[in-house]
Design a binder for this molecule. Structure first.
Ligand code: ADP
Ligand code: MG
Length: 568
């Protein structure tokens, strides 16, 4: 058999380990959730591969996780009979971080423990959390289908390096052996471990088992003898897939822990929606809105989408076909009874079932957001994280345009500050008598929008203007021509006719001004010649001497700048 080799951790792993141990200590018991979560993923992956190769189960088809405690050796071991890992997989999965967003994550670390611990939570803690309570971790693993002699042992003290040794392992799957740090003996208590499992891992769909010592024969209350029970493995969780259970039986905490498991997010979700659909299509969806945007929200290659199951069998992670891109922040599970078990990403691409599921899931997600929007504070928290993504909606999802429009929030001259919290419906409810358009301005920044000379006349007339300054805004308004029958109207484009809203006296004064300036206008026109389309007396400025206006159907100055910035 081969030799023991020593490998150095990737620099980021070392940094992550240090951070983890120091920042997460107050929440140390979560290591068990992470290890059980990985064991459950390993079972899911094996079950999926076994769909096409039943031999992979060998004579061990009952997938489960076992936690054993050894007081003498002071070890806690999490064992699964799932997919296992090859030597190459061990080196890449337990020696490096392959996650997208890793670079962004490390660049945001500040050295401030309480801030950084929140960031780690967002990043996902995973396997390395074992080192919070262990000063040495041994992983023994054998890939499904591999020979007993082709197993591998990984060992590390969680500092600079780890070792890899070829070993023989009798059974398939992975043992994670934690050599507990001094002072961590509480994790040798069966009662303690059981309570952590029921708190964090009840939703795991395979049994999580603890050893139950033999119970000797004893006397019952009525003098009868109660027979001895030999020692045995006992499941301490419910061991049914959470989404298959009845809504009324599921506690909020269970929904929350399940979210952490599927999302690898450490925070609680903001809200969720659990639906069983029967009829033309039969499926269950459990969708979540996260509290915090992931690091890779704006990374085009970032994976997103739902965890797909077919008849309770895990099929794939990140099935992006069921959520449009503007809802890519939604996490969750979709379990369909209509798709075939051998479904692949390619097949998913163009089935009728996929389209129906996508429609159903999008509409559930929008309903969930609508419900969330009833709570202004919660919705603001959501909007601040994901609002810019949702703004892609009107361009992408024509069918749900109205519903999406109702979910949008904007900064406005109605507010003192730049908070985006004005719904289009709020705006409409404040429209002036005779006003039939929704006014907005797009600029490079909130300050530029707010101080734009274009607003002067509207301010004077007491008209509210939406102040748009996100990169996506110009794109958004192009795809949102109206709301509730009211046209959205740029105050910087075309001939802004506010005369309907004027009283007669103002109108008369304006006509007089135009007459008085007719001469000036014709001279300016001659002077500028071909450089401008038109020169007019404008009533839109009250304080600034002049401003540039684009034609209604021309590109706005903002759009021109945007095009220039991408090299057009
Ligand atoms: P994540 O679960 O978010 O991918 P982890 O740090 O928890 O990140 O685990 C890293 C990787 O190590 C997993 O993606 C998986 O490939 C592998 N792994 C961890 N534990 C196991 C296990 N018990 N069985 C098989 N593979 C595992
Ligand atoms: Mg994990």
């Amino acid at each position: 058999s081969g030799q023991k080799q020593t490998h150095g951790f990737q620099a980021e792993v070392k940094q992550l380990l240090q951070l983890m141990i120091h920042s997460l200590y107050s929440n140390k018991e979560i290591f068990l959730r992470e290890l059980v979560s990985n064991a459950s993923d390993a079972a899911d992956k094996l079950r999926f591969l076994a769909l096409s190769d039943g031999n992979l189960y060998g004579d061990d088809g009952e997938l489960r996780v076992r936690i054993s405690l050894d007081e003498k050796a002071r070890t806690l071991t999490v064992s699964d009979n799932g997919i296992g890992m090859t030597q190459e997989e061990v080196i890449s999965h337990l020696g490096t971080i392959a996650k997208s967003g890793t670079k962004e994550f490390f660049s945001q670390l500040s050295g401030d423990q309480s801030k950084d611990s929140k960031l780690i939570g967002q990043f996902g803690v995973g396997f390395y959390s074992a080192f919070i309570v262990a000063d040495k971790v041994t992983v023994r693993t054998r890939k499904a289908g591999a020979a007993a002699s082709a197993a591998v042992e990984w060992e590390s003290a969680g500092e600079g390096d780890y070792s890899i040794t070829p070993i023989t392992k009798d059974s398939r799957g992975t043992d994670i052996i934690l050599h507990l740090r001094e002072g961590e003996d509480e994790f040798l208590s069966r009662w303690k471990v059981e309570s952590i499992v029921t708190k964090y891992s009840d939703y795991i769909s395979i049994p999580v088992e603890l050893w139950q010592e033999e119970q000797p024969e004893r006397d019952g209350a009525d003098g009868e003898k109660i027979a001895a029970v030999p020692g045995h493995w006992q499941a301490v969780n419910k061991a049914t897939a959470l989404w298959t259970r009845d809504k009324s039986d599921i506690k909020d905490e269970e929904y929350q822990e399940f979210y952490k498991h599927i999302s690898h997010d450490w925070n609680e979700p903001l809200s969720w929606s659990h639906n069983k659909v029967e009829g033309n299509n039969n499926y269950t969806s459990l969708l979540y809105v996260p509290k915090k945007a992931p690091f890779d929200l704006w990374n085009r290659e970032a994976r997103h989408g739902l965890k797909l199951y077919v008849q309770r069998v895990f099929i794939m992670d990140d099935a992006e076909q069921f959520m449009p891109s503007y809802l890519r922040f939604i996490k969750g599970v979709l379990d369909s009874s209509d798709l075939p078990l051998n479904v692949s990403r390619e097949i998913l691409q163009d089935t009728k079932v996929t389209q129906a599921l996508r429609k159903g899931c999008s509409s559930r997600a929008l309903k969930m957001l609508e419900k969330l929007s009833k709570d202004a504070e919660q919705y603001q928290a959501f909007w601040n994280e994901f609002g810019q993504v949702l703004k892609e909606g009107p361009a992408e999802d024509f069918a749900n345009k109205e519903q999406i429009a109702a979910l949008l929030r904007f900064a406005s001259t109605h507010n003192e500050d730049s908070t985006q919290n004005v719904a289009l419906a709020d705006y409409v409810s404040r429209m002036k008598e005779g006003q039939d358009e929704i006014y907005y301005i797009v600029a490079d920044s909130y300050a530029a929008a707010k101080h734009s000379p274009h607003l002067e006349v509207l301010r004077k007339k007491g008209l509210e203007v939406l102040l748009l300054s996100d990169r996506i805004d110009e794109w958004l308004v192009q795809h949102l021509p109206e709301f509730d029958g009211k046209k959205l109207r740029s105050v910087a484009k075309g001939n802004l006719d506010l005369s309907k809203l004027d009283d007669d006296e103002t109108k008369k004064a304006q006509q007089e001004t135009e007459k008085a300036f007719a001469d000036v206008i014709s001279r300016v026109k001659t002077a500028l010649g071909e450089q401008v389309k038109e020169v007019k007396v404008s009533h839109r400025l009250t304080e600034s001497p002049a401003c540039v206006v684009t034609d209604e159907f021309d590109m706005s100055t903002q759009m021109i700048k945007l095009m220039e910035s991408v090299g057009q």
